[in-house]
Design a binder for this molecule. Structure first.
Ligand SMILES: Nc1nc2c(c(=O)[nH]1)N[C@@H](CN(C=O)c1ccc(C(=O)N[C@@H](CCC(=O)O)C(=O)O)cc1)CN2
Ligand SMILES: NCC(=O)N[C@@H]1O[C@H](COP(=O)([O-])[O-])[C@@H](O)[C@H]1O
Length: 196
């Protein structure tokens, strides 16, 4: 069987960048390549890491646009310039509109720090602990208009330790994320995840 060209991935970030780092570190093993990083936040540590790695960086600061539509139009142009097969949101902190989602439907992914549909939205670890949940974890899903509501692709779980501080639980879930996202992109690169 002929060798597949590596899957081309663009990563969208707004903050710390630990998932970007994990995706970059696992790329050679998993058969994908990060063709570039797009951020709405010029001061994001993820942008510094991308530059240190020699990755193409496109900054589209949402504060410089009068409307979401104008922001997302420029975002799409920046993404298309990177010619990705897949776009991976990794702590990208903007809700994306229907036109943008429709443009990339089926190849726009996000990672969320809970076992969706449990705990959509923010502050997931504190809410999971407060609910008495015995299991918690992370989800990779397709991005749709419904924020955190798109089709689930893969999940990784762990057992909650009652009374555990939210920060400790967050750290354990983050470690799951750093394995789950590269795993999903590797399976996508090998054609093991059907288009949805
Ligand atoms: N259409 C979709 N857009 C996004 C999805 C999705 O499933 N569908 N996933 C998110 C998930 N997310 C975390 O990464 C996220 C959810 C909500 C918000 C949010 O309310 N953002 C505010 C601005 C916050 C800020 O700039 O500090 C907003 O957009 O007004 C952020 C992230 C990503 N998008
Ligand atoms: N609603 C989506 C959401 O909360 N995403 C979360 O943002 C963090 C980004 O961290 P990182 O910048 O270190 O990858 C990650 O924990 C990711 O699951």
């Amino acid at each position: 069987m002929g060798l597949r060209p590596p899957l081309k991935v663009a990563v969208m970030v707004s903050g710390r960048g630990s998932n970007l780092r994990a995706l970059q570190e696992e790329a050679p093993e998993q058969g994908y390549v990060i063709t570039g990083v797009v951020s709405n936040n010029p001061t994001a540590p993820a942008v510094d890491y991308a530059r240190d790695q020699g990755l193409a960086v496109r900054l589209v600061d949402h504060r410089r646009f009068a409307t979401r539509a104008a922001f997302e139009e420029t975002l799409a142009t920046a993404l298309d310039d990177l010619a990705p097969d897949i776009i991976a949101l990794a702590g990208f902190l903007r809700v994306l509109g229907a036109d943008f989602v429709g443009r990339y439907q089926g190849r726009l992914l996000n990672i969320h720090p809970s076992l969706l549909p449990a705990f959509p939205g923010l502050d997931t670890h504190r809410r999971a602990l407060a609910s008495g949940a015995r299991v918690h974890g992370a989800t990779v899903h397709l991005v749709t208009d419904a924020v955190d509501g798109g089709p689930i692709i893969a999940q990784a779980g762990l057992t909650v330790i009652p009374g555990e501080p939210p920060a400790a639980l967050a750290a354990r879930v983050l470690a799951l994320e750093h394995a789950l996202y590269p795993y999903v992109l590797g399976r996508w690169a090998r054609g093991e995840i059907a288009d949805r």
